[in-house]
Write a protein that binds this ligand. Structure first.
Ligand code: NAD
Ligand code: G6P
Ligand code: MN
Length: 443
C-alpha cells in the first residue's frame, strides 16, 4: 500500500455525480490517502453548492484533507496527481436538444447513441482536448481518469490527439452496474465475479462471468434466470422508470441473441423501431434527470448546508459510479493491478479488429498503466456490428478535427440509428444549427 498522500481534482465539480465521488473518496481513504482535494468547474454557481456540501462532508469525515473548490484552472491543476473528470459541455439543456431534435425527425434521441451522441461527441471533444492540454501544462505526470460522455468518442479523439499520453484513462460504470445486477439476480456477491467482456463503450458483451475462487462460469445461470424472472438494475429501488425499462430489455436481447450478455445500450441499435415507440419526443431522459436527479442533488445540498452536517445525507444515487473511479485511482497509486473493464487501444487484443480502435475490455490497472487481457477472434455478428460502429466513431472524430461536413455526413449515414443519407443530412443540418456555440464550423 502506498503511503503517499495524493492531490486530487474533480473536474465538473458541479456534476450531479460529484457528491457520489466525494463520498466514495471518504470511504476509500485507507487505500487512497488524500492530501489536497479540489473541485473544478466552469460554472461557479452550480459548483458552489456541491463545494459547500464537500466542505461539510470532509470536515466531518476527514478533516486532514485540504478541501476547496475553484473555477480557476491555474489554481485547480497546480501540482496534481489525479484528475477525476466528468464534465458535460452545454449541460442538460443541450442534452435535451440532442434527444429531441432526432426524435422530431423519427430518429432515436439518446445521450450517447445515434445523432444525439454524435452531437454531444463534437461538444465534448473540444472541451476534453482543452482540459488535457491545461492539465499537461500544469501537472505533466497527473493521471486523468475520465467519465465524460460519449466516452467512446472522447476516447477515440484523445487517443488520436495525444497518442503518446498513457496516463489518460477513459472509463464507464455500466459494465460494473451490470455485474452488480447479475449478482443481485443470482444472489451471488459481485465481488466474486471475474468477467470476460469485449466491445466498444456502450457497445459490448459479457462472454463469461467466472467465479474468482471456484472458476465456475455463471453466464448460463444469469441468462436462464433473466429469461425466467426478467432483469433489473442492482439499485432498482433508486432508479427512474426509464432505466427500469432499459434494464428490462436485457431479457429480449438474451432471448434473441443468446450467446452472451449484452450491455444495455445495445438495445438502441438492435431494436431502433421498437425503442422509438417508447421514447416521448416531448419529455426525454434529460427532462426526467432535470426534474429528478438534478433537483434531488441540489435540494439535498441545500438541506445539508442548512443543517451544517452531512451525517444523515442520502445524496448518492449510484455507489458503483463513485466506487469505480476511486478504485481505479487506488489501483494505480498502490500498483495493486486490480481488474477493471476499461477502454484502451485495441492493438491486437481482439485480433480480428483494427489496432487503433478503442476497445473496452477487462484489464489490470497499475502504476505503469493498462495491461489488457487478450480476447482473440470474435464472431462475425459482433465483428460486423463493432466495425461499422467504430467507423462511425472514427469519422465523427475526423469530422471534428478536420472541420469536415462530408465526414460528419458519412458518420451519421453509417450509424445504425440513421442509415438513410437524406435523413442523415437533415438531422446533421439541424444539429449544426443547435450547436453553433460549441462545434467547429463544418465545411
Ligand atoms: P452535469 O451537467 O450535472 O455536470 C457536469 C458539470 O460539468 C457541470 O457542473 C458543468 O458546469 C461542468 N462543465 C461543463 N463544461 C466544463 C468544462 N469545460 N470544464 C469543467 N467543467 C465543465 O452532468 P452529469 O449528468 O452529472 O454528468 C457529468 C458527465 O459524466 C457527463 O458527461 C455524463 O455523461 C458523464 N457520466 C459518464 C458515465 C460513464 O459511464 N462514463 C457515468 C455517469 C456520468
Ligand atoms: C450509465 C452510463 C453512463 C450514463 C449514466 C447516466 O451509468 O454508463 O454513461 O451517463 O448511465 O445516465 P442518465 O441518463 O441517468 O444521466
Ligand atoms: Mn457509460
Amino acid at each position: 500500500m502506498s503511503n503517499k498522500s495524493v492531490n486530487v481534482v474533480i473536474v465538473g465539480g458541479g456534476s450531479t455525480w460529484s457528491p457520489g465521488i466525494l463520498k466514495a473518496l471518504t470511504k476509500h481513504l485507507d487505500i487512497f490517502k488524500i492530501n489536497e482535494l479540489k473541485l473544478y468547474d466552469i460554472d461557479e454557481k452550480r459548483q458552489e453548492k456541491i463545494g459547500e456540501f464537500g466542505k461539510i462532508l470532509f470536515r466531518e469525515e476527514a478533516p486532514e484533507v485540504k478541501f476547496s473548490y475553484t473555477t480557476d484552472p491555474e489554481v485547480a491543476f497546480e501540482n496534481v496527481d489525479f484528475v477525476l473528470c466528468q464534465m458535460r459541455t452545454g449541460g442538460y439543456p443541450m442534452r435535451e436538444k440532442d434527444e429531441k431534435i432526432p426524435l422530431s425527425q423519427d430518429l432515436i434521441g439518446q445521450e450517447t447513441c445515434g445523432p444525439g451522441g454524435f452531437a454531444y461527441g463534437l461538444r465534448s471533444i473540444r472541451d476534453m482536448i482543452e482540459l488535457v492540454s491545461i492539465v499537461r501544462r500544469k501537472s505533466p505526470e497527473a493521471w486523468i481518469i475520465n467519465y465524460t460522455n460519449p466516452a467512446a468518442i472522447v476516447a477515440v479523439a484523445l487517443n488520436k490527439v495525444f497518442p503518446d499520453d498513457h496516463k489518460i484513462l477513459n472509463i464507464c460504470d455500466q459494465p460494473v452496474n451490470l455485474l452488480r445486477s447479475f449478482g443481485r439476480l443470482i444472489q451471488v456477491d459481485y465481488n466474486r465475479f471475474e468477467p470476460k467482456y469485449f466491445g466498444l463503450n456502450h457497445f459490448g458483451w459479457f462472454t463469461h462471468v467466472y467465479d474468482k475462487i471456484t472458476g465456475e462460469d455463471y453466464l448460463p445461470l444469469i441468462k436462464k434466470t433473466t429469461l425466467e424472472k426478467g432483469f433489473l438494475p442492482a439499485d432498482a429501488e433508486q432508479r427512474d422508470q426509464s432505466w427500469l425499462d432499459t434494464y428490462g430489455m436485457v431479457e429480449t436481447m438474451v432471448r434473441d441473441f443468446p450467446d452472451y450478455l449484452p450491455n444495455t445500450y445495445l438495445q438502441y441499435y438492435l431494436y431502433p423501431d421498437y425503442k422509438i415507440t417508447k421514447l416521448d419526443p416531448n419529455y426525454t431522459r434529460a427532462n426526467e434527470v432535470m426534474d429528478g436527479r438534478e433537483k434531488r442533488v441540489f435540494e439535498e445540498c441545500d438541506r445539508i448546508i442548512k443543517n451544517n452536517s452531512a451525517k444523515d445525507s442520502h445524496i448518492v444515487h449510484n455507489d458503483a459510479h463513485g466506487d469505480m473511479i476511486v478504485e481505479c485511482a487506488a489501483s494505480i497509486l498502490n500498483n495493486t493491478r486490480d481488474t477493471f473493464i476499461i477502454m484502451t487501444p485495441n492493438n491486437g487484443i481482439v485480433s480480428n479488429l483494427p489496432d487503433d480502435l478503442m476497445i473496452e475490455v477487462p484489464a489490470l490497472l497499475g502504476i505503469n498503466g493498462v495491461e489488457p487481457f487478450a480476447v482473440g477472434k470474435i464472431g462475425t455478428f459482433y465483428k460486423g456490428l463493432i466495425e461499422s460502429q467504430y467507423a462511425y466513431e472514427k469519422l465523427t472524430v475526423e469530422a471534428y478535427l478536420e472541420g469536415s461536413y462530408e465526414k460528419a455526413l458519412q458518420a451519421l449515414t453509417l450509424n445504425r440509428l440513421v442509415v438513410d443519407a437524406k435523413r442523415a443530412r437533415k438531422v446533421l443540418d439541424s444539429l449544426i444549427e443547435a450547436n453553433s456555440e460549441y462545434w467547429p464550423e463544418l465545411k
